[in-house]
Design a protein around this ligand. Structure first.
Ligand SMILES: C[S@@+](CC[C@H](N)C(=O)[O-])C[C@H]1O[C@@H](n2cnc3c(N)ncnc32)[C@H](O)[C@@H]1O
Length: 197
C-alpha cells in the first residue's frame, strides 16, 4: 500500500498562489484530523497553514471544520510526505514543520516504514526558511531514541536542538488528537525542537 503513495507524482506548489498572499507558511506532516492545525490557524490569522496526510479519511474532518468556519489561511492535501516534500515544496519556503505522533511501527521488520529518517530531515532542512523550526512529538520511547540518533546524525544542519518530556515546546495549550489521547492514558510524551542552522 505505502509503495503506491511513494510512486505518486506531485506538481510544484507556489504558496502565494495557493493562499493568495505571501505570509509565512507552516506545514504539518501526518496531520490526522487536523485538530492542532485548525486551532493554530484560527489563533494565527497572519500565517498560512498546510496539513498533509497520506490518508484523506480523517484529514477530511479537519478540512470540513476549516471550510465551515471559512478559514482563509489553511489548506489540507492528501500526499505522501517524502515524495511531496521532494517534488512540490520549494527551498526555504516553510517557517515551521510540525510532526506529531508519527506512526511508530514498533515491530523491527516494519521500522523501514517510519517517516522520521535522516533523508526526511535533510528534505525538511532544505525547505525550511532561515532560522526555521521542526517541532516533533511522540509517545514511543524507542522511536524517540531512534529519532535522537537521526538528529545526531544530521547535527551539522541544526543550530539548536531542544528536548522535553511531558511539556510541549511550541504552542503549549494547543494539543493534537493523539496528544490528548495518550496524555489521558498517562503515557510519557517526548518532544523535540530543531532550529535550522
Ligand atoms: C498516529 S497519526 C497522528 C495524527 C496527528 N499528527 C495527531 O497527533 O493527532 C499519524 C498520521 O500520519 C499519517 N502518515 C503516516 N505516514 C505518512 C506519510 N509517509 N506521509 C504522510 N502522512 C503519513 C497517517 O496517515 C496518520 O494520519
Amino acid at each position: 500500500m505505502a509503495r503506491a503513495f511513494i510512486e505518486e507524482k506531485y506538481g510544484s506548489i507556489v504558496f502565494e498562489e495557493l493562499f493568495g498572499n505571501s505570509h509565512a507558511v507552516e506545514m504539518e506532516i501526518g496531520c490526522g484530523k487536523g485538530k492542532f492545525l485548525v486551532a493554530r490557524s484560527i489563533e494565527n490569522p497572519g500565517t498560512n497553514f498546510l496539513g498533509i496526510d497520506r490518508v484523506s479519511k480523517f484529514m477530511n474532518i479537519g478540512k470540513t471544520r476549516a471550510q465551515k468556519r471559512a478559514l482563509p489561511n489553511i489548506r489540507f492535501l492528501r500526499a505522501e510526505a517524502r515524495a511531496f516534500l521532494n517534488e512540490a515544496i520549494a527551498p526555504e519556503s516553510v517557517s515551521i514543520f510540525h510532526i506529531y505522533f508519527p506512526d511508530p511501527w514498533p515491530k523491527r521488520r516494519h521500522q523501514v516504514r517510519r517517516v522520521f529518517t535522516a533523508e526526511l530531515l535533510r528534505l525538511l532542512h532544505v525547505r525550511l526558511a532561515p532560522g526555521g523550526l521542526v517541532e516533533i512529538a511522540t509517545d514511543d520511547k524507542d522511536y524517540f531514541a531512534a529519532m535522537k540518533k537521526t538528529i545526531a546524525a544530521t547535527a551539522e544542519l541544526w543550530e539548536n536542538v531542544r528536548e522535553t518530556m511531558n511539556e510541549r515546546i511550541l504552542d503549549g495549550m494547543n494539543k493534537t488528537n493523539y496528544e490528548l489521547k495518550w496524555a489521558a492514558q498517562g503515557r510519557s510524551l517526548f518532544y523535540a525542537e530543531l532550529k535550522k542552522r
